[in-house]
Design a protein around this ligand. Structure first.
Ligand code: PHE
Length: 358
């Protein structure tokens, strides 16, 4: 019996000393496993005489139960300690910043929209927007594209299926429908720009089915072509951050302006670099003109009283020119490596005071 007590205190001391669940399992096997010390003693019971077995049986069972209980208690104590240690080591300090560096960046098209907006805001223009899904009236008819007029074919339009009345909605082919929407909602004087997405069924290195335009519209009683020219020259100088600019206005045709022009700006090529402003080469950068009297009539304005100018420019191409981006399609490839290279810092809002681009 004394042996049993010694063995018990020996094993209980081992249980107590076990530092982790693995060590505890080793103790269990050495005591209660098939060849464990307690198991070996229990095997001896069969060979004992009945008297001896009567006392040794309960004693050994008691020993076994005591050890099982001690191991269970130790096991849950160790488990809890391990959990506490893990919780402590994996603690998250929610007051720390989430990411050590900002991962997103501003797409060049967004940046250029912000730059253009800053320039025109300085000249007193307000920003207007309109829907991408348009109807024939706003995109064509009100802009003086008569039914069946060949100019409608110039825009490779994406049409929706006709509705029950046979009317087809379309994806706007330019931002000009917002001229119509604005003039129908507000009375002159008007001085607005319209940044937005536009759509034409076209795709190659310089055309994508979705692209970006910026429209401008000024309507009052005296604004003339001279104002248009000054305004656009000032814009181009501010945008390309140059002091001098060679420009020319070439006669052109748009149904909604009369007279109409395309504006060319001078540039020179130095090595691979294109320098805007001076030089012997001309590059077309926008379409413009005086708002056509029919357009004014279509929105309920008297052309004998009101007049003004409009212009429309391709924002993607301006971004490519300013930031040396060779392929338009990369704008829409959603490639994070491209964005890392060409993107802008999120909080670097362009403004005329600190410089448009940095
Ligand atoms: N809407 C014309 C286009 O997309 C551009 C433009 C706008 C021309 C305003 C003149 C005046 O081609």
């Amino acid at each position: 019996m004394a042996d049993i007590e010694t063995l018990q205190s020996e094993i209980l001391a081992e249980v107590e000393a076990a530092g982790d669940e693995r060590a505890l399992e080793d103790v269990r096997i050495s005591a209660l496993g098939k060849k464990g010390r307690v198991s070996e003693l229990m095997k001896g019971l069969g060979k004992m005489d009945p008297e001896e077995r009567k006392t040794m049986g309960p004693a050994l069972n008691g020993l076994k139960n005591t050890i099982v209980d001690a191991i269970d208690a130790k096991k849950s104590a160790l488990h809890e300690a391990a959990l506490d240690a893990r919780l402590a080591s994996e603690k998250v300090d929610v007051t720390l910043p989430i990411a050590p560096e900002a991962k997103g960046s501003i797409h060049p098209v967004s940046q250029v929209f912000d730059e253009i907006t800053a320039i025109f805001a300085d000249m007193g223009f307000a920003v207007k927007e309109g829907p991408d899904i348009e109807d024939d009236f706003h995109n064509f008819t009100a802009l003086n594209f008569p039914d069946g007029h060949p100019a409608r074919e110039m825009h490779d339009t994406f049409f929706f299926h006709p509705d029950e009345n046979g009317d087809r909605k379309l994806l706007r082919t330019h931002t000009s429908p917002v001229q119509i929407r604005t003039m129908m909602q507000e009375k002159p004087p008007l001085r607005i720009i319209v940044p937005g997405k536009t759509y034409r069924c076209d795709s190659d290195q310089t055309h994508t089915p979705m692209f970006h335009q910026l429209e401008g519209l000024v309507i009052d009683k005296e604004t003339h072509m001279g104002h248009l020219k000054w305004c656009l020259e000032e814009f181009v100088k501010a945008f390309f951050e140059v002091d001098k600019l060679r420009s020319r206005f070439r006669p052109h045709f748009f149904p909604f302006t009369e007279p109409s022009a395309e504006m060319d700006i001078g540039y020179e090529k130095v090595g691979n670099e294109i320098r805007i402003g001076q030089g012997d080469n001309w590059m077309e950068i926008l379409g413009c003109g005086m708002v056509h009297p029919n357009v004014l009539r279509n929105v309920g304005l008297d052309p004998d009283e009101y007049q003004g100018f409009a212009f429309g420019l391709g924002v993607d191409r301006l971004a490519m020119l300013k930031y040396g981006i060779p392929d338009l399609r990369d704008f829409f490839a959603a490639d994070i490596r491209w964005l890392k290279h060409y993107g802008f810092a999120p909080l670097d809002m362009p403004n005329l005071a600190s410089g448009l681009s940095r």
